[in-house]
Design a protein around this ligand. Sequence first.
Ligand code: SF4
Length: 297
Amino acid sequence: MMNDTDTDIALRLAAWWESNARDLPWRFGRATAWGVLVSEVMSQQTQMSRVVPYWTAWMERWPDARALAAAPKAEVITAWGRLGYPRRALRLQECARTVAERYDGELPRTYDELVALPGVGDYTASAVMSFAFGERIAVIDTNIRRVLARAFRGEESLGGSASQVEREMARRLLPESDKVSVVWNQAVMELGATVCMAKAPLCESCPIAGQCAFLRNGRPGLGQRRTRPRQRFQGTDRQVRGLVLEALRGLPSGGTLERARVERLWEDRVQLDACVASLDDDGLVEMLPDGSLRLPE
Ligand code: SF4
């Protein structure tokens, strides 16, 4: 149940969403439920604005779960491009295969069935239920948690996994009607992505600045986090794995990268070999007996 302030915030956010929502191609009923799921998987660790060209090309090529299920793995990994964390591409294809085989190519419409799909967690299942199917369900991601903690509890959100208190608050604040709850989820999330950012929230242009408990309290602990700051990219295994995959993506279809060329990609041989082995373990590359590499069939 909402009190008057909660209702006021909900109305302000809905009005703000109406005129400020970014025009992303999977929004406003223009994408299928499968398209919405693809957009959510792609945006998990990548900014939505960066996802747009990848999502558009991907959906043109593989418009539904059946099409993706039948695609060669090498093409799927190549099309994932520089979205990062490429294991997500293979998990998405596994998900497509399950949907094609078990659900006749159509995404199931219940939370329990969605969350049981490969690579689909609580957030993605809830997002699809709300954004694609218009069901009333609390969607909980980092942006939503930050906005709710700040605006309603007057506290900084410290990251880590969502606590019971946070889940209960998200459920309590969710508007009663299905349709309004969908706008609420999207508006809160969008505010977190574009206005109420982690380090430097734009309180001066925030539609709920007058009601925000965090701003009223003087923004205590702004930017503090419970989790470690993100690892630098330069010199990390992520960078090395990215270089190997980029070299493979640049080859003609079915091409192999000889060992000598692999070795030229990175100076530290121990790190390079460990990264190649981890890509092989993840099913993202195939190592041939002579040490050359190729993308999987
Ligand atoms: S006033 Fe500032 S802290 Fe409060 S919700 Fe808006 S942007 Fe976030």
